[in-house]
Design a protein around this ligand. Structure first.
Ligand SMILES: [Zn+2]
Length: 267
C-alpha cells in the first residue's frame, strides 16, 4: 500500500533523538504534575480494555502514553498482574526510557516505546500484545491481506510484518518505526513475536490493537476455506478516506467505549 497524506503517523525524523537534545526533561511544574496524574489514570484504565477484549494472557502486553506537553511517558510496570494495575502502579519515564521517580520497574519494552515516541512525534500512545490470531500471522511472518472493508477502514491496507527483534532494548522500536514509516497501518506484526500498534492517543492505539486481532481472526477463518482476494486499491483508498474523515459522531457525542468481549478472539 502506498503512503498516504492522511497517514496517522508523521514522517520519521521530525522528532529524532538528535532533535530532542534534552530528552530527559522531567515534569517541571503543577501543570505537568496534573498531566502526569491524568495520564497515569488513562493508561491504567486502558490496560483493563486489553483484558476485556481478550488480547492478553497473564502479564503479557503493555500500554504506554506520551504525557502531553512534557518529554515524559507513562507505561505499565513489569510483571504485575492486570488486576493489580492502578494509576499509582504505572511508571513514569523520560523519552530515553529511564525512570524519573520512585515507581516500580517499568515494562521490559520501555526502551522500544521510548524510541517510537522519539521518532514518531505524532504518536501519543503505543500498545503491545501477543493477541493470539495476530500473533499466529506473525509466527508465519505473513502480512494480513486487506480483504475486508473493516481493514480498509482502520488500516488503509494490509497489516505489515516487521523483522524479528530481540526484547529488552530499543531494537523492537526500530523495527516498528521502520515498518510503519510510509504505511497507513497503525499496526505492525513483529515476526515471531506479536503486535505493536500506535495512535494519536493511547485509546486510538488500543482500538487498533482490538481491530487488528479481529481482522486477523476473520481473515484466518476465511483463508481456511479457500483463497481470499484483496480489495482493489481504489476501493481501499475510498473506504479509508470515508472512515477516517466522515464515520461516526464528529462533534456532538463523546467517544463510544469499545464493546467488551469477555470471550476474546473469535471463539
Ligand atoms: Zn512481547
Amino acid at each position: 500500500m502506498s503512503p498516504d497524506a492522511t497517514s496517522p503517523h508523521p514522517a520519521v525524523g521530525a522528532g529524532s533523538a538528535a532533535g530532542l537534545g534534552t530528552a530527559a526533561i522531567a515534569s517541571s511544574g503543577p501543570a505537568d504534575d496534573d498531566a502526569v496524574r491524568l495520564t497515569r489514570h488513562v493508561v491504567a484504565d486502558l490496560h483493563h480494555e486489553l483484558v476485556r477484549n481478550g488480547l492478553v494472557a497473564w502479564t503479557s502486553g503493555n500500554i504506554s502514553a506520551r504525557v502531553p506537553g512534557t518529554d515524559l511517558l507513562v507505561i505499565k510496570p513489569s510483571g504485575v498482574a492486570y488486576d493489580d494495575l492502578t494509576a499509582e502502579t504505572m511508571v513514569v519515564c523520560d523519552l530515553a526510557g529511564a525512570k524519573v521517580s520512585d515507581d516500580l520497574s517499568p515494562s521490559s519494552d520501555t526502551a522500544s516505546h521510548a524510541y517510537i515516541y522519539r521518532h514518531m512525534p505524532g504518536v501519543g500512545g503505543v500498545v503491545h500484545t501477543h493477541s493470539r490470531y495476530a500473533t499466529a500471522w506473525a509466527a508465519r511472518g505473513e502480512p494480513i491481506p486487506c480483504v475486508i472493508t473493516a481493514m480498509a477502514d482502520e488500516f488503509g491496507g494490509e497489516i505489515p510484518v516487521g523483522p524479528f527483534a530481540p526484547i529488552g532494548g530499543e531494537e523492537i522500536g526500530r523495527a516498528v518505526v521502520a515498518t510503519l514509516t510510509g504505511h497507513r497501518s497503525p499496526a505492525v506484526l513483529l515476526r515471531s513475536h506479536g503486535v505493536f500498534t500506535v495512535g494519536a492517543t493511547p485509546r486510538d492505539a488500543v482500538k487498533a490493537a482490538v481491530m487488528c486481532e479481529d481482522a486477523a481472526c476473520t481473515v484466518h477463518l476465511a483463508s481456511l476455506a479457500g483463497q481470499v482476494a484483496p480489495l482493489p486499491a481504489d476501493q481501499i483508498d475510498a473506504l479509508h478516506r470515508r472512515y477516517q474523515n466522515k464515520y461516526g459522531q464528529r462533534s456532538r457525542l463523546p467517544p463510544v467505549s469499545a464493546a467488551p468481549n469477555p470471550q476474546g478472539g473469535c471463539e
